[in-house]
Design a protein around this ligand. Structure first.
Ligand code: FAD
Length: 401
């Protein structure tokens, strides 16, 4: 009998997992089930080129539409409501069931909701899907006033894209600086500077007390008592993993579906990958739920290998990027636990610099702003735990031989 691999969630992790299954030699059926209408598309451009109107959905497909038919990967547009592990099947929204031999959960994450009075008014948006961006685009006409709640990557990228469309943009960040959770103060100050130079009103220590308006949002009130007029509000305050299916099926969940080094859950027939999965990374000595395309891809490749009976492990160094205006930030590794920062370049003046994070003299992460060579260099050093000389880091990528 032909075996069937079912993959739930048709995005970065799910699409990669299906492709890798064929590469690993899976000859059985592959069914990729996703609840978004479009053929799997890349999510990062949503807050960048797609929001700014520089590309259409067809240009950001993860794979061409005929890739799936050529590889005999069946795409099913449906929502999965439950997993029945003893029966070995899943239940679709329609009530239909589909049997599986191997199941992969690539259900990703959803935006964290803003819980303040008025948060359900019209004109309040979240940004996770192409459909979300289409709604924002329809409302984001030149001259309108947008308030973005959250000064993380999504909030800042959205600010840059909407400035390009000619909107008046205010960014509200509840902590003392933008990107506080992920970067050093020098990097935060740099991004605050480039946004202010472009006319974005960045407000830190700004907590939202409530939104008001008559059906549609008109004003944002801060806990300080300040009010900000708004024609639309975009909330970017982080995401929560989609673990409902795993929870319902009794799989181990701990801020994400718990997977081992082979992307396997505590059920030998079920793997998980991407934003929904939580993996204990030996390098960092703790369980981490990554939210990046690179990690989704790596975990998906490993999950496919596991399904095919091979023994690949999740090892690649996490990396990430962000585009704001003409500035590309590339991040190698995770900076958690750094005790020293070394700068190459002057973030208060330059438009290119690198910020290196060290722990006990070892390079553990780097934020490289318009310095691709520094990024490649850092990735190699960090991945291989190679020693670094601080003076060499200061010299910077363009001068390094
Ligand atoms: P997702 O992309 O979240 O996909 C999960 C899919 O599963 C979704 O389509 C969802 O609808 C579907 N699904 C969930 N439950 C069910 C169900 N029960 N039945 C059927 N389908 C279901 N990362 C970077 O590395 N660099 C960037 O610059 C970057 N920029 C980003 C910009 C934006 C605006 C966003 C939103 C994210 C960005 N990310 C970036 C993060 C990156 O997109 C995610 O890490 C990546 O999408 C994770 O892929 P995934 O397949 O695990 O999950």
């Amino acid at each position: 009998m032909t075996q069937r691999a079912l993959v739930i969630g048709a995005s970065h992790a799910g699409a990669q997992l299906c492709a890798s299954l064929r590469q690993e030699g899976w000859s059985g059926e592959i069914v990729l089930i996703g609840d978004e209408a479009a053929t799997p598309y890349q999510r990062p451009p949503l807050s960048k080129a797609y929001l700014a109107g520089r590309c259409g959905l067809g240009e950001i497909s993860i794979r061409s539409a005929d890739f799936y038919s050529k590889q005999c990967i069946e795409l099913v547009n449906a929502r999965v409501e439950a997993i029945d592990r003893p029966a070995g099947h899943i239940v679709l929204g329609s009530g239909d069931v589909m049997a599986y031999d191997k199941l992969a959960l690539c259900t990703g994450a959803r935006p964290r909701r803003l819980h303040v009075p008025g948060a359900d008014l019209g004109g309040v948006h979240y940004l996770r899907t192409a459909a979300d961006v289409d709604d924002i685009r329809a409302a984001a006409t030149r001259g309108r006033r947008v308030v973005i709640v959250g000064g993380g990557y999504i909030g800042l990228e959205t600010a840059a894209s909407l400035r390009a469309l000619g909107l008046h943009v205010t960014v509200l960040e509840a902590t003392t600086r933008v990107l506080e959770r992920v970067t050093a103060p020098d990097v935060s100050s740099f991004f605050e500077r480039i946004h202010r130079e472009k006319g974005v009103d960045i407000r830190t220590n700004a907590r939202v007390e409530g939104l008001s308006g008559n059906r549609t949002v008109r004003e944002v009130t801060l806990t300080s008592g300040d009010t900000i007029p708004a024609d639309l509000v975009i909330v970017g305050i982080g995401v929560e993993p989609n673990t409902d299916l795993a929870d319902g099926a009794g799989l181990l969940v701990d801020n994400g579906i718990v997977i081992d080094d082979h992307a396997l859950t505590d059920d030998p027939d079920i793997t998980a990958a991407g934003d929904c999965a939580s993996h204990r990374m030996a390098r960092y000595g703790r369980r981490i739920r990554m939210e990046s395309v690179s990690s989704a891809g790596e975990q998906a490749k490993v999950a496919a290998s596991t399904i095919c009976g091979n023994t690949r492990s999740i090892e690649a160094l996490p990396w990430f990027w962000s585009d704001q205006y003409d500035v590309k930030l590339q991040i190698a590794g995770l900076n958690t636990g750094y005790d020293e920062v070394v700068l190459s370049g002057d973030p208060t003046r330059d438009r290119d610099f690198s910020c290196y994070y060290l722990n006990s003299g070892e390079l553990i992460a780097a934020d490289c702003i318009r310095r691709p060579r520094d990024f490649m260099f850092s990735k190699r050093i960090i991945a291989n735990h190679l020693p670094v000389v601080k003076a060499d880091l200061v010299v910077g990528g363009s001068a390094r031989s």
